[in-house]
Design a protein around this ligand. Structure first.
Ligand code: DX5
Ligand code: ZN
Length: 219
């Protein structure tokens, strides 16, 4: 069985105390920190930019898993790398040349991820799988925390797991949206190894974070 990593989405943190919140999830045992970047154009919500990523960087040494929901995206990659991102994940719908964007991310020395929206088939990955470090299956339509898990995405997670195993490459399979104590085991059983969770991590405030993270991991 593969190790399960938890990447709390700070979208559900208290934005007035973000540094403190990032330290709290670090101490509570999270593996990565998931940072949702939204532009009010590619998705109907506006969140944070590279300055906030940079401001958070001194607060933890954990992997910054940066999910870009912005269009155009290419012109902002350098800024997010300079701000301290470790993994940058992009949507094929956000630009005209996803293959080029993946190469661009890798040329900047960080890991590259590709995201599949709920309506996007796994087949999209056929000619990207040789280059990506992470595949993210969205189990909600991107834009907001607190939405319900879309069950038919489990089949896509299974399909991606088969593609990854066939490739023989070490590629993370991440799931994002509506992950809670009920849906986490389903995503893991379908083959995911990185779970993003906003609402389910931050529910109950800092004293609950360690328990929430442990339960999401299945412990
Ligand atoms: C949605 C974001 C998610 C979201 C997850 O567009 O990509 O990361 O914050 O939130 P929950 O876990 O509350 O569904
Ligand atoms: Zn996300």
């Amino acid at each position: 069985t593969r190790p399960i990593l938890i990447s709390p989405s700070i979208l559900s943190a208290d934005f007035a105390r973000l540094g403190e919140e990032v330290r709290a999830i670090d101490q509570a045992g999270c593996d990565w920190v998931h940072i949702d970047v939204m532009d009010g154009h590619f998705v109907p919500n506006i969140t944070i930019g590279p300055n906030v990523v940079k401001a958070l960087r001194p607060h933890t040494q954990k992997t910054f898993d940066v999910h870009l929901m912005i269009s155009p995206v290419d012109q902002y990659l350098e800024a997010f790398v300079a701000a301290g991102s470790d993994i940058i994940t992009v949507h094929p719908e956000a630009g005209p040349h996803i293959h080029r964007t993946v190469q661009h991310i890798k040329s900047l020395g960080v890991k590259a991820g590709v995201v599949l929206n709920p309506g996007t088939p796994a087949k999209m990955l056929d000619y990207l799988i040789d280059d990506v470090d992470l595949i993210l299956v969205m189990s909600v339509n991107p834009g907001f925390g607190g939405q319900s898990f879309i069950e038919n995405q489990l089949r896509k997670i299974e399909a991606c797991r088969r593609m990854i195993d066939k490739s023989g490459r070490a590629i993370h399979l991440q799931v994002d949206g509506g992950i809670d104590f009920t849906t986490a085991p389903k995503a893991i059983a379908a083959g995911a190894d990185v779970l993003v969770a906003g609402t389910a991590t931050f529910r109950g405030g800092a004293p609950a974070y360690a328990d929430n993270i442990r339960k999401l991991r299945g412990g």
